[in-house]
Design a protein around this ligand. Structure first.
Ligand code: HEC
Length: 276
């Protein structure tokens, strides 16, 4: 199976031109059937040197993860308290310590955590606390594969940085299910046509359909909106320190600029009386 990137079905030699021009089309040759998909590039709030995460979008994205994706996908590198960290979706300056943030506490308590009773040694289930990590969805890979026709839903914590194309890849993967399947292309049972997935078939049924959730903030829950929101949330889980890093970068630039100006004046002063 071959994946090549071409612009508007021109020869592969035009691929580079296409990438520079920004309008990228994914062309797969799946078996003997070719299909094209025009990648969409929404403007991400977190892009660019000063970009920050959009809090409202991240909060909606968390709702999508909780109510839709978490049926199958874990988020094992994230703890509940991270949701209330500075830069996180539920940071609240009244509760700088996320362990006391009421949203974080409520979200944690909404999950059941497998634990060991410290007195009896028995396995127990208890409500989550801010210090807990998001629990695994399945007890092991065999159970995950068994529930998903043999395919294992990957953990989503760092998915946005794990796949080439990052946020754009995830967003397009989620919205591309509507694309028409090439007529004669045969998809094996338990898989679905998705032109963004390598090979054009994925073992995940379209997870998003219009109004599958009712957004807490009243935003209309279109597939496009939900795909963008969950992508914003998962971009944050993959890089929660991005804002702090950009901030440090900015302060360093300001410092270096002031230093450069001072150096220039002292240079002028030192050489003031020297004849050229
Ligand atoms: C009913 C179970 C189920 C739900 C719900 C679900 N997924 Fe999946 N997902 C899967 C399975 C199974 C795979 C593995 C597919 C494969 O390997 O072909 C997968 C794969 C993925 C992948 C990896 C694609 C790749 O490039 O390999 C991403 C990203 C993903 N899902 C995101 C999501 C998001 C975001 C949501 C929520 C909006 C979601 N999934 C909801 C079952 C699910």
């Amino acid at each position: 199976m071959m994946l090549r990137l071409v612009k508007n079905k021109v020869a592969p030699a035009a691929a580079l031109v296409g990438m520079i021009a920004g309008g990228l089309t994914i062309s797969h040759a799946a078996g003997s059937y070719d299909f094209d998909y025009e990648m969409k590039y929404p403007h991400w709030h977190f892009e660019g040197p000063f970009g920050t995460y959009d809090r409202a979008a991240m909060q909606r994205g968390y709702q999508i993860y909780r109510e839709v994706c978490a049926a199958c996908h874990g988020l094992e590198h994230v703890s509940f308290r991270h949701l209330g960290d500075k830069g996180g979706p539920y940071y609240d300056e009244n509760y700088p310590d996320p362990n006391s943030n009421p949203y974080v506490k409520a979200f944690a308590a909404d999950w059941l955590i497998q634990d060991i009773d410290s007195e009896t040694g028995d396995t127990i289930e208890r409500q989550g606390t801010p210090a807990d990590k998001f629990p695994p969805i399945y007890p092991n890979d065999a159970a995950a594969a068994g529930s998903n026709g043999g395919a294992i839903p990957p953990d989503l914590s760092v998915m946005v940085s794990a796949r080439g194309g990052g946020a754009d890849y995830l967003y397009n993967l989620l919205i591309a299910y509507d694309e028409p399947k090439p007529e004669k292309m045969v998809i094996s049972p338990g898989t679905y046509f998705n032109p963004v997935m390598d090979g054009g078939a994925i073992a995940m049924a379209a997870p998003l359909i219009d109004d599958i959730v009712e957004y807490a903030d009243g935003t209309p829950a279109t597939v496009d909106q939900m795909a963008a929101d969950v992508t914003e949330f998962l971009a944050w889980t993959a890089d929660p320190k991005m804002e702090a890093r950009k901030n440090t970068g900015l302060m360093t630039m300001i410092y270096l600029t002031i230093l450069a100006v001072l150096m220039w004046f002292s240079y002028r002063r030192v050489w003031r009386n020297v004849e050229h």
